[in-house]
Design a protein around this ligand. Structure first.
Ligand code: VAH
Length: 316
């Protein structure tokens, strides 16, 4: 019986992942957790306050709910990680180590979201291979390289931990959480609400991206694959499409012709410049059948439709 704990459950990925997991495994089998309880929780909503750096609290929660699977999404993203490097290291590394130690102790399967942020200036920018130089320039990237090494170390001790190097994730239901790829989400909301957006990276900045439904399918596909299919225990390269900020703006203008995008790069430009533009994810496609569904046109069409619908409903 899957009894699932999602840490960071109210984040951008967590929010959509919890809905997908509850649909698949049953609402009562999925426990949300976060370091801050959200307001207005209904009785039925299974939510636990959890600081993942507090090992005792984590173990108590696991034993109380008899958890056998953890989707560990609690973490500090790249931009916020540069503003609070100490907290980024503590949450991203000590939090993960607590989860992996618990997994070893209780026989728990673990999902860990790594990121293309593990790559750095000396990693190939195009078709970045599964195994290559990883010299991240951000604390976030350093914590993700460390996290992948921890996953590999615990896998060697028998923990069934699985991981994906996620690209920028685009979604409409929950706001992004302080990453460098947030511009790809903010642009949609600004285009629908205000008709204009000031982008914090240069127009030609091209990054690997993925629409949330593809990301959820990838996470579940990886976790449900036969153990023998998983040949990478650090983290799989995975991607869907790569596009530049200007290409995204142009695709949005096909739906909102009056939309105007301005560009005012800030500190996040240097982070974006250190990351690859196109990822080679052939190993994930070969090992467990990964295949993306959404290209740029499909992402933009669905995002504009959903955000437009929600903003009409809200009476904006
Ligand atoms: C970030 N959204 O921008 C995350 C992600 C590849 C980017 O890791 O920090």
């Amino acid at each position: 019986m899957n009894k699932i704990l999602v840490t960071g459950a109210r984040g951008q990925i967590g929010s959509d992942l919890v809905s997908a997991l509850r649909e698949h495994y049953g609402a009562t089998n999925v426990i949300e957790s976060g370091w801050r309880a959200p307001p207005h929780l209904s009785e039925s909503q299974l939510f636990e306050s959890l600081d993942v750096t507090d090992q005792r609290q984590l173990y108590k929660l696991i034993e109380y709910h008899q958890i056998d699977t953890i989707y560990h999404l609690a973490g500090v993203l790249s931009a916020k990680g540069e503003q609070h490097p100490e907290r980024c290291w503590n949450v991203n590394v000590n939090g993960l180590r607590n989860v992996l130690e618990a997994a070893k102790c209780f026989g728990i399967q673990v999902f860990f979201p790594s990121s293309i942020a593990v790559f750095g200036p000396h990693s190939p920018k195009l078709d970045t291979p599964q195994v290559t130089v990883e010299d991240p320039t951000t604390m976030y990237g350093i914590t993700k390289v460390t996290g992948e090494l921890l996953c590999q170390y615990y896998a060697q001790q028998g923990v069934d931990v699985r991981s994906l190097r996620l690209p920028g994730i685009i979604s409409y239901s929950a706001p992004p959480g302080g990453g460098t790829t947030d511009f790809a989400v903010e642009m949609f909301h600004a285009a629908v609400q205000f008709g204009t957006y000031t982008c914090f990276v240069r127009p030609e900045t091209r990054l690997p991206m993925m629409y949330m439904p593809d990301a959820i399918r990838a996470i579940l596909g990886l976790m449900q694959a036969a153990p023998t299919a998983i040949t990478i225990r650090s983290s799989y390269n995975i991607t869907a499409v790569s596009f530049s900020a200007a290409e995204l703006a142009a695709e949005i203008q096909k739906h909102l012709p009056d939309f105007v995008c301005h560009y005012k790069p800030d500190f996040r430009q240097a982070i974006a410049d250190s990351w690859p533009s196109v990822i080679d994810d052939s190993r994930a496609r070969a090992d467990w059948g990964w295949k993306h569904k959404y290209n740029l046109a499909a992402i933009v069409e669905e995002m504009i439709g959903e955000i437009g619908f929600r903003s009409q409903k809200a009476g904006n």
